[in-house]
Design a protein around this ligand. Structure first.
Ligand code: ADP
Length: 428
């Protein structure tokens, strides 16, 4: 059943009211009519209009005290959007047009009042009113979601601020940690150098006074001192990298020669463990312009791990040319390998597969973190592949020629040397 529509008649006299009610009853639309008599002022309408949701207002233009304009204006100022239909006398056509311009939706001449016209107008009012209600509901919903978005926005901003503060705190802590590591390792290096120096002094041939047992003891002091110094240097290097204190010092050098020299340093250690180190060098052009010390350091860290974590088999070092003027250095071993769940963590500082204090292999978990940072500084990349129990392979890719603000100049300054087209020894 169609819902009953509420109609308010303003300023209608008894006669108009009777005629309108009669016609309305013939429209087939269920209506409930309220009347406000002619004496009501515009202000007095306020509580009246706020109480009920009217579908339509029939406003008699011919109000004795307050004209229809004032009523429309007041309704608008109260944000009341009920469709208003003006009932006019014959002679007020001009006013009717102005009232439409002011906000009424339609006018009807008293002489033209009929159930058909009223039905049409009422339907129009109902449609308009319903649309208005829908718009209001949507606006309300929009406002609600706007409010909740505002709240979410505020929450996000607060969280952002919190994250920013936490980040700053973390940064501060990390800087303090690096600072602490740098200070400690630096302070410990001086006495350690003294220990090593005096142990070396005692082992000199002119110190004939030492017995065999004493010599053995001093040798142990020396070896342990060197090991400790190596660890201190590692910490110092790491804190320097973290603080961004390490800069590139590129130079032109023979990469194959550097690899041979670095590998040679591990031969005796490998021999002790009965491991063979095999080098396969596929470089056509051995010359690179890069940071020699950093490449040596990276290779040293990889070879040190390969020797440490391999009990039998071999260590394989392979150097290759790559497209785009890049070179690859791979260090492969037949050692204990790394489990898939651990492989992504190995480049993190202080991370070790075995974190227990009773672990078999020594070290601080810094070697790969340092290698990773150094390779990054040199615009290269380092990757690891491994199979538990089978072995691991670390592969470093580096640009043959590192780009620095002066690299053009450096390249040019080697122009005269770069030239041996047959040997290509110095060609970058
Ligand atoms: P450290 O060797 O001092 O522990 P690294 O940063 O060099 O620190 O290596 C981190 C960890 O990665 C090692 O503790 C080890 O668990 C694992 N790892 C690194 N290299 C190898 C390798 N060649 N074979 C097996 N495990 C390795």
């Amino acid at each position: 059943m169609e819902e009953t529509r509420k109609i308010l008649m303003l300023g209608c006299d008894q006669q108009d009211y009777g005629a309108l009610c009669k016609l309305l009853s013939q429209t087939g639309i269920s209506v409930e009519v309220s009347v406000v008599n002619q004496q009501k002022s515009a202000d007095a309408l306020d509580p009246f209009l706020h109480g009920t949701a009217y579908d339509c207002i029939f406003l008699n233009h011919h109000l004795p005290k307050h004209d229809a304009f004032a009523i429309i204006e007041q309704l608008q100022s109260l944000a009341i959007t009920i469709p208003i239909v003006i009932i006019i006398d014959e002679d007020n056509q001009q006013d009717a047009t102005q009232l439409i311009n002011s906000g009424a939706i339609e006018y009807i001449r008293k002489s033209e009042l009929s159930s058909t016209i009223l039905t049409k107008i009422l339907r129009l009012c109902i449609r308009l009113g319903d649309a208005e209600k829908k718009v209001a509901q949507m606006m309300h919903k929009l406002q609600e979601s706007n409010e909740s978005l505002k709240c979410q926005n505020q929450e996000l901003a607060a969280q952002k601020q919190l994250i920013r503060l936490q980040k700053l705190k973390l940064l501060e802590v990390s800087q303090l940690k690096s600072q602490f590591l740098a200070t400690i390792s630096h302070e410990l290096r001086t006495p350690m150098n003294a220990v090593i120096g005096f142990a070396q002094l005692l082992l000199r041939p002119n110190f004939q006074t030492l017995t065999l047992q004493q010599t053995d003891m001093v040798e142990r002091i020396l070896n342990n001192g060197k090991h400790l110094l190596m660890l201190l240097n590692e910490i110092l290097e790491f804190s320097g990298l973290e603080n961004g204190d390490i800069s590139l010092k590129p130079e032109v050098f023979d990469l194959s020669q550097l690899i041979d020299t670095t590998v040679a340093e591990f031969r005796s250690l490998a021999d002790e463990k009965h491991l063979s180190i095999i080098v396969r060098n596929h470089l056509q052009n051995h010359v690179v312009f890069n940071d020699k010390r950093k490449i040596s350091q990276v290779l040293t860290n990889l070879l040190s791990n390969a020797t440490k974590f391999t009990e039998s088999g071999y260590i394989w070092v392979e150097i290759d040319e790559l497209p785009d003027n890049r070179v690859a250095i791979a260090v492969q071993d037949t050692g204990i390998g790394i489990a898939p769940q651990d492989i992504n963590s190995i480049f993190e500082p202080f991370w070790q597969v075995d974190q227990t204090t009773s672990r078999k292999y020594g070290g601080m978990g810094l070697g790969l973190a340092i290698a990773h940072s150094l390779v990054k500084i040199m615009c290269g990349q380092i990757t690891a592949t491994s199979q538990l129990g089978e072995g691991s392979m670390f592969r470093v890719e580096l640009p043959r020629q590192i780009l620095t603000p002066n690299s053009h100049h450096i390249n040019d300054s080697y122009g005269s040397k770069i030239m041996d087209p047959v040997k290509k020894r110095l060609l970058l």
